[in-house]
Design a protein around this ligand. Structure first.
Ligand SMILES: NC(=O)c1ccc[n+]([C@@H]2O[C@H](COP(=O)([O-])OP(=O)(O)OC[C@H]3O[C@@H](n4cnc5c(N)ncnc54)[C@H](OP(=O)(O)O)[C@@H]3O)[C@@H](O)[C@H]2O)c1
Length: 246
């Protein structure tokens, strides 16, 4: 296996929120990261300036963008190839399903689920060709496991992601490629910024560990699943939610 500091990881949606935090954490721990998003941010530009991060504009779920990004990331990664994929990019949208526009449901599924499938397909093909194993991590949500009023399309996208985790783990496990989901609870990032203060207090009250999750609650779990120590863990949903769903 290649040493950690030569390992290149793809993290989709690295411009802000969890994806930006994961990108910074992986770089701080010796990895190189290729990321894509529809827009860049000053924080991401700062990481690109270190020379350890590659960014390309693109939307996951748009097959042409995904193919172009993956090819560019492969070229950037060099001879050791890409060790891991973290499917992080996602969008959300809230509203009761009876009045939720179909176009919004389609966009959520296209980005969160179809986009992740496209990226996993590209990563699996790359890793199978290289024959040195690899890691695929799907950033899911406890909402995919438990459901949530007003989030039917988002819940469906995350439950679908967990299904993909289990199927793909079976499909490529013999080649020492592991596939796992991480299912965070409510995080203090922009996806949850729209949650009203009263609702936040309610979530905190229902959480045994007494607070919302932070990016640095998730990043060590991502690093562990990417590591050699996690070589015998596959097809799992790892819930990281302060106990809110227990
Ligand atoms: N926040 C929470 O409470 C929470 C809880 C459980 C799970 N999660 C999951 O954690 C992950 C990160 O969430 P977050 O809170 O960090 O979200 P966020 O702050 O909204 O960031 C989402 C990231 O994804 C990118 N993105 C969105 N659509 C994209 C597309 N089509 N193609 C490429 N990039 C795209 C965004 O960049 P651009 O807009 O520039 O494209 C951004 O970088 C998601 O999978 C989310 O479902 C979040």
């Amino acid at each position: 296996m290649s040493s950690i500091d030569s390992r290149a990881i793809i993290v989709t949606g690295g411009s802000r929120g969890l994806g930006l935090g994961l990108t910074a954490d992986l770089v701080a721990n010796g990895y190189r990261v290729a990321t894509c998003s529809r827009n860049s941010t000053p924080e991401l530009e700062g990481l690109v300036a270190t020379g350890k991060v590659f960014w390309k504009e693109g939307a996951v779920g748009e097959a042409r963008d995904d193919d172009a990004f993956f090819s560019a990331a492969e070229a950037w990664a060099g001879p050791n190839g890409i060790w891991g994929l973290v499917n992080n990019a996602a969008v959300s949208g809230e509203g009761i399903l009876a009045t939720f526009p179909n176009v919004d449901s389609e966009y959520i599924i296209q980005t969160n689920l179809v986009g992740a499938l496209y990226m996993a397909r590209l990563a699996a093909g790359h890793m199978l060709r290289r024959t040195t194993g690899g890691r695929i991590i799907n950033i899911s949500s406890i909402i995919g496991l438990r459901g949530h009023t007003g989030l039917a399309a988002y819940s469906a996208s995350k439950a679908g992601l967990d299904g993909m985790t289990r199927a793909l783990a079976r499909e490529i496990g013999r080649r020492q490629i592991t596939v796992n989901s991480i299912n965070p609870g409510y995080l203090d990032t922009s996806v949850s910024a729209s949650v009203q203060e009263a609702q936040r207090r309610q979530i905190v009250n229902r959480t045994p560990l007494g607070r919302l999750g932070r990016v640095d609650d998730i990043s060590p779990v991502v690093r562990f699943l990417l590591s050699d120590d996690a070589r015998f863990i596959t097809g799992q949903c790892v819930v990281v939610d302060g106990g809110v769903s227990c």
